[in-house]
Design a protein around this ligand. Structure first.
Ligand code: GDP
Length: 350
């Protein structure tokens, strides 16, 4: 499968115009959604753009997708830049397609704003995306609001799920907070490292090792791969985790060696989840996490762009007349009345 990285994207993409025609948006979305469900990738691409942009159309997409989502297996692939995640993602996607899965790849890059310097944002994998039955591929870069990106990625996953993809691979570029947030909502998380402890130590710092369902030591054609595997196994021994024990796979993503075995681990983990966790539990866990994030985002917005009354509260705190905890408590009452909550605007002003 070819991975093509084109040059820089159109620089300084203007922010999308506000979509005022809220009345017509749902119809528009409804028609596109039906087309996307019938396999129209262009329609799906447009819906994903709405999702990224936020606002009324994004909400309409979410409303259409929500009841139909839940069937897909969401596979997160994370690890430090350069360990071979994109190459590995392509390999895994191919193995899954050959096995009869309908696969979508969502490449999320919080580190790269749409304006220049994009690593994944400018990625166009024409090779795979153009093949009928091949994986659907989409990149998402940050629009400057990382909290918004994690939420947009979740919404995108749900849309891909609702439009008939049964394996959604979410690949993140690095090991920052957004990656951790995204990995947390995957059903199965693969943490990729390469030989040499450097990457593993970085991943450990970011708390990624704890969330691994499967480890993969990629670049197994290089010296030190079996040592890295042994060290990971040792770490797992010390961890004494109950339940699922993450397997440690070795791959050479550039040749595809080990990819089938890795995908087998994914399927084993999926079976494990089915046996040990009810569908209801799974959905409930995801929903709670997502609602928490929306709340978080609203709170951030409220603090960053305080309403008149919020600003007044801050002033009172600054003047020593009100305790911060009390101000927070009063602000919590404001969230529900925030216009963002009522109008369906994403509240980020964009
Ligand atoms: P990412 O930043 O983690 O997505 O890494 P990439 O997939 O972009 O790969 C980074 C570099 O490592 C590229 O030049 C790949 O060709 C190379 N690479 C990926 N997998 C392997 C592998 O298994 N062995 C070797 N030797 N190189 C690899």
């Amino acid at each position: 499968m070819t991975v093509e990285r084109t040059g820089t994207p159109a620089p300084e993409q203007p922010a999308p115009p506000p979509l005022k025609a809220a009345g017509s948006a749902p119809d528009d979305v409804g028609a596109l959604f039906e087309r996307a469900r019938a396999g129209d990738r262009r329609a799906l691409g447009r819906l994903l753009t709405f999702t990224e942009q936020g606002g009324a159309r994004a909400d309409a997409v979410a409303v259409a997708a929500w009841p139909l989502a839940g069937g897909a297996h969401v596979l997160g692939i994370t690890g430090a830049p350069g360990v071979g995640k994109s190459t590995l993602t392509d390999c895994l996607a191919q193995v899954a397609v050959d096995d009869g899965w309908r696969v979508a790849i969502l490449a999320v890059d919080p580190s790269s704003p749409l304006t220049g310097g994009a690593i994944l944002g400018d990625r166009v994998r024409m090779g795979s995306a153009a093949v009928p039955g091949g994986p659907f591929v989409r990149s998402m870069a940050s629009r400057g609001q990382s909290g918004g990106l994690a939420l947009a990625a979740l919404a995108a996953v749900r849309l891909l799920d609702a439009t008939g993809h049964d394996l959604i691979i979410v690949e993140t570029v690095g090991i920052g907070q957004v990656e951790v947030d995204i990995a947390r909502t995957a059903d199965t998380t693969i943490v990729a490292v390469s030989p040499g402890w450097g990457d593993a130590v970085q991943a450990n710092k970011a708390g990624l090792l704890e969330m691994a369902d499967i480890f993969v030591v990629n670049k197994a054609d290089r010296a030190g791969a079996t040592d890295a595997r042994r060290d990971l196994e040792h770490m797992l021994d010390l961890g004494h985790r109950a339940g699922w024990r993450p397997p440690v796979a070795l791959t050479v993503a550039t040749s595809g060696d080990g990819a089938e075995e890795l995908f087998k681990h994914v399927q084993d983990h999926r079976s494990y989840l089915r046996d040990h966790r009810s569908e209801g539990d799974r959905r409930a866990g995801h929903v709670a996490e997502e609602v928490r994030r929306h709340l978080h985002r609203w709170v951030d917005t409220l603090v960053a762009q305080p309403s008149e009354s919020a600003a007044q509260l801050f002033a009172e705190v600054a003047a020593g007349r009100l305790a911060p905890s009390l101000a927070a408590r009063r602000l919590a009452g404001e969230i529900g009345h925030d216009s963002a909550a009522d109008t369906g605007d994403d509240g980020m002003g964009g």
